[in-house]
Write a protein that binds this ligand. Structure first.
Ligand SMILES: Nc1ncnc2c1ncn2[C@@H]1O[C@H](COP(=O)(O)OP(=O)(O)O)[C@@H](O)[C@H]1O
Ligand SMILES: Nc1ccn([C@@H]2O[C@H](COP(=O)(O)OP(=O)(O)O)[C@@H](O)[C@H]2O)c(=O)n1
Ligand SMILES: [Mg+2]
Length: 208
């Protein structure tokens, strides 16, 4: 990044710091139901949903100079360099009127986690971990029908491997800080949401 870009990023950090945003990270394996539950949390608790994967897919569609690189990495189940994803998340948080965000599918590795904290200074209020067996997640992904380039059995296996090797350690890190709410995500959508509701209700109470 050149000097001018660095200046622009610093400006963005300062503005974001002034905004004093509250962030909840929503994590779990591919197909564990992160997006589904986020939609319901938005309806009930007034958060804005930011899916890292959705932001990256929108960036491909926009014809950005990073588009081809992002597309190749998603097809291969790999994690896109943190600066790209963090930039998209920062922009989305600044553009929003809201100050409460669900960040879904991020951080997915140690680099994501450390870079986000270093660049934005934001520490999550807590972390939701949707825990689900691979067999169930595989079944859901193969039936998702959103036309995604990565919902095929070959890429799904790669994503599971990346999840275990790179993303679970991030969840362990937050667990050691007492920040993780682990949720059994193998149950039907409404049952999972009952548990999610309990967590957000007590968070909102604490916040008043
Ligand atoms: N609790 C659940 N039980 C059964 N199917 C689910 C459940 N939660 C989500 N799904 C379905 O599984 C697929 C993956 O869910 P999604 O929310 O996109 O997961 P993620 O964002 O974690 O990959 C979707 O087709 C969704 O409708
Ligand atoms: N923090 C992130 C999130 C997603 N991604 C990429 O985007 C893909 C899809 O992410 P996603 O969150 O939409 O996928 P699901 O877990 O919802 O199935 C990942 O497999 C990665 O290739 C990334 O590189 N970095
Ligand atoms: Mg998703």
């Amino acid at each position: 990044m050149g000097a001018i870009d660095d200046g622009a990023v610093k400006g963005m950090n300062e503005r974001l710091a002034e905004k004093k945003v509250k962030v909840v990270f929503v994590l779990g394996g591919p197909g564990s139901g992160k997006g589904t539950q986020c939609t319901k949390i938005v309806e009930h608790f007034g958060f804005t949903h930011l899916s890292a994967g959705d932001l990256l897919r929108a960036e491909i569609k926009s014809g950005s100079e990073n588009g081809t690189m992002i597309q190749t990495m998603i097809k291969d189940g790999k994690i896109v360099p943190s600066e790209v994803t963090i930039n998209l998340l920062q922009k989305a948080m600044l553009e929003s009127e809201n100050d409460k965000f669900l960040i879904d599918g991020f951080p997915r590795n140690e680099e994501n986690r450390a870079a986000f904290e270093n660049v934005t200074g934001i520490v999550p209020e807590f972390v939701l971990f949707f825990d689900c067996a691979e067999k169930e997640m595989e079944k859901r992904l193969l039936n998702r029908n959103e036309g995604r380039v990565d919902d095929n059995i070959g890429t799904i296996r790669k994503r599971f491997k990346v999840f275990v090797e790179s993303s679970l350690p991030v969840i362990e890190y937050y667990n050691s800080k007492g920040k993780v709410h682990k949720i059994d995500a193998a149950k039907p959508v409404e049952e999972v949401f009952e548990t999610v509701k309990t967590i957000f209700s007590s968070f909102n109470k604490k916040d008043e």
